[in-house]
Every structure is written in C-alpha cells, then in structure tokens.
Design a protein around this ligand. Structure first.
Ligand code: HEM
Length: 416
C-alpha cells in the first residue's frame, strides 16, 4: 500500500467512525457502506457517541461472535452503573434487573425460570390465535388506497401476541404501547431523559399493579406461571419479575414489528425473490432467515462493557468502556457470507450462521415465537394481497432516525 493509499484508508475510516458516532442521516438511511469501511480499516473502532461514554464498535463477524460470548465483556448493568446513569439517567435501573442485563450466575437463574414458563408447548399453543389476529388485522386493511403497513399490521400483530402471552388485558394495551413507544425512541438530551423517566415510571407502576392483581387471582397466562415459580427455591424477587415483564414486552414486539416491515420491504423491492417464495412456500422459512441476515431488525446488540482491558486485533478496549456489537455489520461480512450484499432467499446454512438473534448466553429467548409470527404474517399477507406493491419508490424509504441505533426498521411502509 502506498503512503497515499494508507492516508485515504485512514480518512475513510475516520469519516465512517464519525458518521457512526453522530448517527448522521446518510448513515441511518444506509449504514452498510459505513460498516464495510469499518470492517476493512477499523474493525474495532472507538466512537465518540453523543452520550459521552467511551464506546467501541465491533464490526467483523468473527469478532462479533466472540464478543457476544466473551465472559470479560459483561452485560451486568449494575457493574457499569456510572456509564448507565450517564447515558439514561437514573430511571431505567428498576426496569433492567432482568436476564438481558445480567451475567451468570444471575443470568442463568433468571433465564431458567423464564424458560420453565415460556415452553415450546406454550408457544405452539399460540399458533391458532396468531393466525386469528393476523386475519382480523388483514380484514381491516382496505384493498385500494395506500396504507401504511406498520401501524396497521406489523406493530399490532406482535404487540397483541406478546400482551396475550403475558396476560395484559386488551383495554390496558394502548396505554402500555404508548409508554413503550417513548422508551424505544429515546435520545440522550436532558429532555429525552426526562421523558424516559416519566414513561418508565408509568410502566413500573403498571407492572407492579398487574402483578398484584394476578397474585390475587391465579391465571393461566405467562405472568400467572411466573408468579407461581416465585414459591420455588432461587425464585425471582418482585423487582426481577417486574423487570422480566418489561424485557419480554419490549424485546417481544418492537423487534418482530420492525422485522415484518423489513421483510415486506425487501421482498417487494426484490420481486424476483418474492416470486420464488410464492412459487415455493417451503422457501419462506429460509427467506425469513435471509431477511434477518440482510436487513434484520436489530442493528446493534444491547450495550456491553469491558470488565478488564481487552485486546481485539491490536486495539485495546480499556476496562469500563462500553462495547457495541454491530450484528448488522457482522451479517454482511464477506469473510463469512459470500456476496453479502445480495439478498438471496435460497442462501444456504443461514439459521445457525447469522447473528440477527444474537449468540451465546443471551441468544434471543423469543426466536421460536418470532419465527412463527413471521411465517404466519408473511404467508397470510401475500396470500390475501398477491398484487401488493410499495406505494413509494424504494429510495424514498424512511429508515428510523433514532440517534444511536439499536433497531433497524422503517418509519413508514406505505403499500397499495
Ligand atoms: C435477546 C433479537 C424477538 C425476547 C435478543 C438478542 C437479539 C434479539 C439480537 C440478543 C441481545 C444481546 O445479546 O444484546 C430479536 C429479534 C426478534 C426478537 C430480531 C424478532 C424478529 C423476540 C421475542 C421475544 C424476545 C418475540 C419474547 C417473547 C428476548 C429476550 C432476550 C432476547 C428475553 C434476552 C435473552 C437473554 O438475555 O438471555 N433478541 N428478538 N425476542 N430476546 Fe429477542
């Protein structure tokens, strides 16, 4: 490499790191060129995010997978409380006392308890109800005028499903959804933190109230089952139970909603691929895995932090720094996936390869439910509306503009 080439590469990497740090509009619209540049020139890259906490972004597949399972990279938010306070303010603490923000042995204990109630049988028993909810939502869609599929279909479906699974009554769902929406869109300004504190306070009160009600009248739903486990040894305390409800509700609907949107968008913008799926419905499960790889709804795994100085590819991540694992970048790494920027519903060996559901101890607990919802939603949508098209051109798509991306999803999905 000539000296000039080296400087060009460094400049490009610096620009890419800066775009990722600021969450620039161009990066939000299409983050993949930024990730490609970082994978090449700065695979473990120091960011300067608006929240001001030292943060390192990991973009290559092998490093990402290793980081998600590395016990030196912790998810225990109580061990990094200063950083969390700086980013989110004080409010979120009570809502983060769950498996997603803990390390073993606490993580193992909490996940085992939820697993004992979140059984394959319970998930499978939801199938007819998911179909019914899907059909009801599609019945309400008008066959002519443009309609935004996100608020009418992609969001209500997983929200209703997770609420029914947990046992949140219908008349209380709108309020819960309203507060969840505030939390999902939060930024790092003082005003954002204040709004976050109000929303999280409301959710905490709501969860405390519903736990008390379900304790009085034993129910057959997931919350009822979790309450029953509280008599067992090593059980969840009340704070952990409340926080677990929160993580199930939140992780259980935004992710799936955005993924339904990303799937419909990518199938409609790759009509040849859609035709293949319609001609051979057996391809659908693989097409869903390819959507998760190519444009999954989780762009970055949740925050982690270094418990000691950790060296990855010559870069030292100092103890206490935050670590962000860019699964969206790992899933486009040419070292792992051939022609990674090609959307190919027939791509082989996806399910165990892509990192769209994470990897290691925090691998998505809800993956089987999400896959079931996706299959029912897409099959029913394309059966009911075989001529469905985007109402605007693909390059007009509005991607989420949240300041520091956890989710990759659309703001709107107008279709005719
Ligand atoms: C964890 C993605 C649906 C519950 C995760 C993680 C990812 C993910 C990437 C790992 C996070 C990390 O390591 O930082 C997704 C996607 C979904 C989806 C893309 C939809 C397409 C669901 C559903 C539920 C759920 C439907 C619940 C019903 C969870 C929980 C965890 C988790 C509880 C934490 C597991 C642990 O910490 O041990 N998910 N998820 N997810 N997900 Fe999902």
């Amino acid at each position: 490499m000539t000296q000039l080439d080296e400087r060009d590469t460094t400049d490009a990497a610096e620009q890419a790191a800066s775009a990722a740090s600021r969450g620039s509009a161009a990066y939000r619209a299409n983050p993949y060129p930024v990730y490609a540049c970082l994978r090449d020139s700065a695979p473990v890259c120091r960011l300067s995010p608006p929240h001001g906490v030292d943060t390192f972004l990991i973009t290559r597949y092998d490093d990402a997978k290793a980081a998600l399972t590395d016990p030196r990279i912790s998810k225990d938010m109580y061990a990094a409380m200063d950083a969390y306070h700086t980013i989110f303010g004080d409010s979120s603490v009570a809502l983060d006392d769950n498996m997603l923000f803990s390390d073993p042995p606490k993580h193992t204990r909490l996940r085992r308890i939820v697993n004992s109630a979140f059984t394959p049988r319970r998930i499978e028993s939801l199938r007819p109800r998911i179909q019914e909810i899907t059909d009801e939502l599609l019945d309400r869609l008008s066959a002519d005028g443009p309609v935004d599929l996100l608020p009418t279909f992609a969001f209500p479906l997983p929200l209703i499903v997770i609420c029914e699974l947990i046992g949140i009554p219908e008349e209380e769902r709108e309020e819960v959804q309203k507060w969840c929406a505030v939390v999902a869109r939060t930024g790092f300004s003082k005003e954002d933190k204040e709004k976050l504190a109000v929303a999280e306070g409301a959710l905490r009160d709501y969860f405390a109230d519903i736990i008390a009600r379900k304790r009085r009248e034993a129910t057959d739903d997931l919350l009822g089952a979790l309450i029953r486990t509280q008599d067992e040894q090593g059980a969840m305390n009340d704070g952990e139970l409340l926080s677990t409800l929160w993580v199930l509700l939140f992780a259980g609907h935004k992710t799936t909603a955005y993924l339904i949107g990303n799937a419909v968008f990518n199938l409609l913008t790759h009509r040849d691929q859609l035709r293949e799926v319609l001609a051979d419905p057996e391809l659908l499960p693989n097409a869903i895995e390819e959507v998760i790889r190519y444009e999954g709804s989780v762009e970055n795994a949740t925050f982690r932090h270094a418990l000691e100085d950790i060296t990855i590819r010559d870069t030292v991540i100092p103890k206490g720094s935050l670590v962000q694992v860019a699964v969206a970048s790992a899933n486009r790494d040419p070292e792992r996936f051939e022609a990674p920027d090609t959307f190919d519903v027939k791509r082989q060996g996806l399910q165990s390869a892509h990192l769209g559901f994470g990897s290691g101890p925090h691998y998505c607990l809800g993956a089987p439910l999400a896959r079931m919802e996706m299959r029912i939603a897409l099959t029913s949508l394309f059966e009911r509306f075989p001529d469905i098209e985007l109402a605007t051109s693909a390059h007009e798509a509005e991607w989420l503009k949240v300041p520091f991306p956890a989710f990759r999803g659309l703001e709107k999905l107008p279709v005719v």
